[in-house]
Design a protein around this ligand. Sequence first.
Ligand code: FES
Ligand code: FE2
Length: 411
Amino acid sequence: MSAPSATHLHPDVQAVLSNLDPATRDLPDARVLPPQAYCSDAFFEFEREAVFMHSWLCVGRVEQLPAAGDYIALTVAGESILVVRDTGGGVRAMSALCRHRGHPVAQNCSGNAKRFTCPYHRWTYDLEGRLVGAPHIVRQVPIETLKQEATLPPVRCEVWQGFVFVNFDDGAPALAPTLSKLDPYFEGYPMHDMVAVLPRPQEAPVPWNWKILLENYIEPYHTEFVHPVIHDFAPSTGVVFDPWHPDDNAISRGVPFLAEGGGLTEAGWAAPASFPVIPTLSDRQKRQVAFCLLPPTMNLIFTPDMICWGVTYPESATSLRVSGGLFTHGGWLVPRATAELPDFDDRAARLMEGSRQLGEQDTGVNVAMQAAKRSRHAPHGRLCYLEETLSQFNKWLSAKYRAQAARSGLG
Ligand code: FES
Ligand SMILES: [Fe+2]
């Protein structure tokens, strides 16, 4: 994928770039992003480069890679990659494209391997991505020459709080410092003794733009209107927005509960939570839910009984794959004692029933929002102070868009 140049930027891309300023103003003057940002195929292609090729992308958990040779082969923003526990015990990522003619050595699968062998002509690589064999061609070129030429290209990889991230931008700042404002949220959770319940994959993508989902997730303005009764226990009027700085890769807010020990239940947000309250949390943590966005792919929810994570990957301008994050079963970090409860599945079912109700209501607005973006009357509406997180997200996105424009010679 090559970066677009100034000479061939699509009109939709130009329309978004030339109308970014209102979206990046501070409140009370901040406005929504231009509508082409949500429905244009051309803008999505621009965004794949601007955002997804220059951001830290969550690709899994370390629990998926416990032993040397464990790997995940996945396609991320159109790039086929391998994430591997190598022989030294580290987690590394590399392009999965064979250096012969480019067939992936593994694709959309996981397992344990000592070697990766390309299915096309059986060039073989070790866990570090080094070529170790290539049939027949070694009669023509010495294997040592091939080895020097043909290593699976490394992709930057960082593990943060047990989550594995990759970044296709070799020059991007390290991830962890850009997430430091989330450290207080992790305090009190026994991370050394938490069990990961991995998210179940979603059966079909949802039919709306990835930003529509994240906006709905991170703004509390809608909750009392779209989720009456089932969200009353976490009233948006009490929300506390964390400040956002241009170096942050996290957008976060806390919402106090009406009582201690709440969580998501079959009755929505309520107390007692579906799982036991974690006793090591602070009084404040026992009385709130915190929503954190790690754009562009990850979200985290901290509740008194668990940490929930979700991962979202767009497939096109108007379709998105979602897993965990209360969208599907799993994506949960719970204390081992919770995971071992004999009625764990019943409790999880209670939580998922609340999730289903919230999700159904949000689906209605997400579908309507996607349709609105195509209208000639799509608004450039003003954001409310209860949408501070949307203003922050707009600033994060706009920085990515403008950096790409600068790389394309438009800055
Ligand atoms: S493309 Fe992989 S061996 Fe030919
Ligand atoms: Fe919602």
